[in-house]
Design a protein around this ligand. Sequence first.
Ligand code: HEC
Length: 257
Amino acid sequence: MRRISLAAVGLLLGITVAFADGQKEPEPQTWSWNGVFGHFDPVQLQRGYQVYKEVCSACHSMRLMAFRNLGDPGGPGFSEAQVKALAATVQVADLDDKGEPTTRPGIAADRFPSPFPNEKAARAANGGALPPDLTVITEAREGGADYVHALLLGYSDPPADMKGKMMPGMNYNPYFLNGQIAMPAPLSTDGQVTYAEGQPAATKAQMAKDVVAFLSWAAEPKMQERKTMGIKVIAFLFVLSLLLYAAYKQLWRDVDH
Ligand code: HEC
């Protein structure tokens, strides 16, 4: 008992500590995929992929994602032809017939290419900081989607008490630990990407929502299946209990009990 309550206290403290120390707590957002009946909006995921590709992929890898995943059920819903076309826009590393390194246009089975060949190169290009892989980032960070969303839109000039404390090359962001982050504001202007005709305007707020949606799907691509299965199981159990009750009534109909 004592151990359990200690663990509970630890858990509580852990959660508080995660956002303490001047780190601002992210504001909860309404996401389409929250709740039992929540689901990802394929068109939003397509916009989010565009933001990742055109902005974030300059620094961040998504090593677990293959282009063909972009056509999987419950995801952005690109057609097979679209997936092929998207894959063909990137150059991937391969070996030629003589075993020499070369590059070729991507195919659907290829993983997303990484912007840097290794960690050292990634750090060297980012002032010593490592841009983390984004495949499961919404699962890996306290606050999940809300945190990444707040972080993307949270940049501002440092307040007076932080001005003297800023390290060279760092950017003020109160949602990040200690308020200083090596990543410069990645979404800095409205219209930074151009969305297809008929889509909402690519404001900073819209781009942030869309890319977070995409990252949330990438972190849990089977969410839709899981929820649908859960609903089916509950419906099945409900029908089963009705049948059992009817059978019970029927069997004991003429028996005094
Ligand atoms: C110019 C390079 C660059 C671009 C472009 C960029 N990032 Fe980053 N990002 C970084 C670096 C560097 C870090 C590590 C920051 C640190 O540790 O101080 C980082 C960290 C992060 C983190 C992790 C924060 C944490 O809690 O550790 C997230 C999430 C993130 N970036 C999301 C994005 C998204 C989404 C985009 C596109 C909209 C993007 N980044 C574009 C360089 C970049």
